[in-house]
Write a protein that binds this ligand. Structure first.
Ligand SMILES: Nc1ncnc2c1ncn2[C@@H]1O[C@H](COP(=O)(O)OP(=O)(O)O)[C@@H](O)[C@H]1O
Ligand SMILES: [Mg+2]
Length: 569
């Protein structure tokens, strides 16, 4: 993205959010302008007061002083209301941006999450909307004030003395050049800093979720070293950026002082030699020219904020642009009724260099028990991922109830299919809430009954807090087998037509394995059940057995499988 389109997109993007709060924003701007005018009028009133003092008009002086008290009160009031409005606006816009961004992130295809570490997403969600909101409201207001001041003062200066104004304006090209040059340098640094912040968050996030592995492998020192490295580069980049900012501000301040010297030199010529300027007006001019230079300085100071905004907007947009959102959000609402599944000439690859499926054809019948077996890494989980529409096939089509799944809404698929994944995830909430999350209408009796079916109820009621026990981040307070059974209960509670089980009995003892097998078999009377398993005792229950290997899927008979299974048990 080049500089212009960068800013153009930034403005377009943010104007949408401002529009929503148009009245407040306009009122905010009006108050800012009033405040600027009050500031410009102030010296005039003081000047008149001083004139009265010189004329010894005491009553007038008292009147002016009383007037000034009222004037300052008004100014304080205006500034107070304006700052209230500004904080209100920036909080509102932060809210809008964050909420919309979260919403969009949740809708991104699975590929986006494969490619982007969670910490990076957290970092973007946290920092970028805040930066944009602050800049749009507070920094833009400041920019506007200074541009207004800059323009009015130029007009007044031209009115006072044209040649002297031209001398003052020599400052402008220098400042513009410096503005763009240092802006470019700063933006590069800021982009690098944002990327480093993403790494920083990813590192922290990984360290805490992977803490057991880190301690288990005793790699704390390596992790610490890596963390310090990130911090160190972050520190250096931040110092460099501040350095650029300070350098450009001080260089422009130096230009400003030089301009003032030039004004005094030229002014003294006009006053003393050419006599085209009266000394009183020269003093007034000097006052305005210093206001002019200070507004130029302020605008220069806002450069880093503008660059930050360009960077943040680019980062907010980037995630959405890089992934096609359409595929996830389209589709009709439809209730999955029969649960018939068809894969027609489906090919798929996570990475084009290593295809997972080559032209597979499968039909899975309603109310049947289907077992998928095959070597590890063969594509069994991927088969379920495609059915859940987590990924798009590179060719071919997948149908549920004879409808292309691309034409089904996310909601339809989400409601119609339940999965007990290989690694079940739970939220840091009570057992009951984790279960009700998938079916808020379920009664307590339903929950107890289903947990009993999944052979987890007896365990839950032995816990001191029973169903109100908080199960810890990701369900870490439970054993592998308990987690697995709870995941089965959760899937059953959802009452979907199609039920997927990805190695559901892998971490269970023999007795629980049998229970789960029975449950799955019972379910297959009214549901389409697809089970990935390494447990060959499942085979004789199956209506259909599929063998996935080498990019192919073949329907097999139990006895054929038993011949080859020794290799994979
Ligand atoms: N998210 C992913 N991104 C890239 N490659 C993946 C991803 N998930 C799985 N794979 C690869 O796809 C192949 C099939 O994986 P998977 O379906 O998980 O096998 P399994 O049969 O053991 O369940 C493997 O080679 C694996 O490395
Ligand atoms: Mg798998």
């Amino acid at each position: 993205m080049n500089k212009i389109s960068n800013f153009a997109t930034a403005f377009k993007k943010t104007s949408k959010y401002i529009k929503k709060h148009q009245t407040t924003y306009s009122l905010n701007l009006v108050l800012v302008i009033v405040s600027v005018i009050l500031n410009l009028v102030q010296p005039l009133i003081w000047a008149n007061t001083i004139v009265s003092i010189f004329k010894s008009e005491f009553i007038e002086v008292y009147k002016y002083c009383a007037f000034m008290v009222g004037f300052y009160f008004l100014q304080a009031l205006v500034n107070y209301v304006q700052s209230l409005l500004a904080s209100h606006l920036s909080e509102e816009i932060t809210f809008d941006l964050k909420s919309e961004m979260y919403h969009k992130l949740m809708g991104l295809p699975m590929k986006a999450f494969d490619d982007t570490p969670a910490g990076e997403l957290i970092s973007r969600l946290q920092y970028d909307p805040e930066a944009v909101a602050d800049i749009v409201i507070n920094k833009f207001t400041l920019l506007l004030v200074n541009i207004l001041k800059f323009l009015t003062v130029i007009v007044i200066m031209f009115y006072l003395h044209i040649e002297l104004t031209l001398v003052t304006l020599t400052l402008v090209p220098f400042s513009i050049g410096l503005f763009f040059f240092s802006g470019k340098l700063m933006r590069k640094q800021m982009m690098a800093i944002s990327v480093l912040k993403d790494k920083f968050f990813s590192h922290i996030q990984e360290s805490f979720t992977g803490i057991k592995t880190i301690k288990g492998l005793n790699i704390q020192e390596v992790r610490k070293l890596e963390f310090n490295n990130i911090l160190n580069i972050l520190k250096k980049k931040s110092i460099t950026t501040r350095n650029y900012s300070a350098l450009s501000q001080n260089i422009s301040q130096f230009f400003m002082f030089c301009t003032q010297v030039a004004i005094i030199l030229a002014g003294s010529l006009f006053v003393l030699k050419y006599k085209t300027l009266n000394i009183a007006f020269f003093l007034a001019f000097n006052n305005y020219s210093s206001q002019f230079t200070s507004s130029v300085m302020e605008i220069m100071g806002l450069n880093s904020s503008l660059q930050q905004m360009a960077v943040s907007i680019q980062r907010i947009l980037h995630l959405q642009e890089n992934f096609d959102l359409k595929e996830e959000t389209s589709g009709d609402i439809h209730k999955i009724l029969t649960g018939r599944v068809k894969f027609i000439n489906v090919s798929f690859a996570y990475d084009i260099r290593t295809p997972v499926f080559k032209n597979i054809n499968v039909e899975i019948y309603p109310n049947s028990m289907n077992v998928i077996i095959g070597p590890s890494g063969g594509g069994k989980t991927t088969f379920l991922n495609l059915l859940l529409r987590f990924y798009q096939p590179s060719s071919g089509l997948i149908e549920i109830d004879d409808i292309n799944i691309d034409d089904l809404s996310v909601l339809t698929i989400g409601e119609g299919i339940s999965i007990v994944a290989q690694d079940s995830f739970f939220f840091n909430d009570t057992i009951l809430n984790n279960l009700l999350l998938v079916n808020a209408d379920a009664s307590l009796e339903d929950v107890y009954m289903i947990c009993a079916q999944a052979h987890i109820h007896d365990f839950i009621i032995t816990l001191p807090e029973g169903y109100s026990t908080v199960i810890g981040d990701g369900g870490s307070n439970l054993s592998g087998g308990q987690r697995q059974r709870l995941a089965v209960a959760r899937a059953l509670l959802k009452k979907s037509k199609i039920l997927l089980f990805d190695e559901p009995t892998s971490s269970l003892d023999r007795e629980s394995q049998q229970f789960i097998n029975e449950i799955m078999l019972n379910l297959s009377r009214e549901h389409t059940v697809i089970v990935i398993t390494h447990n060959y005792s499942n085979l004789h229950n199956a209506d259909h057995i599929f063998y996935i290997n080498n990019g192919e899927i073949i329907e097999s008979k139990e006895d054929e499988i038993n011949l080859v299974n020794a290799r994979y048990v």
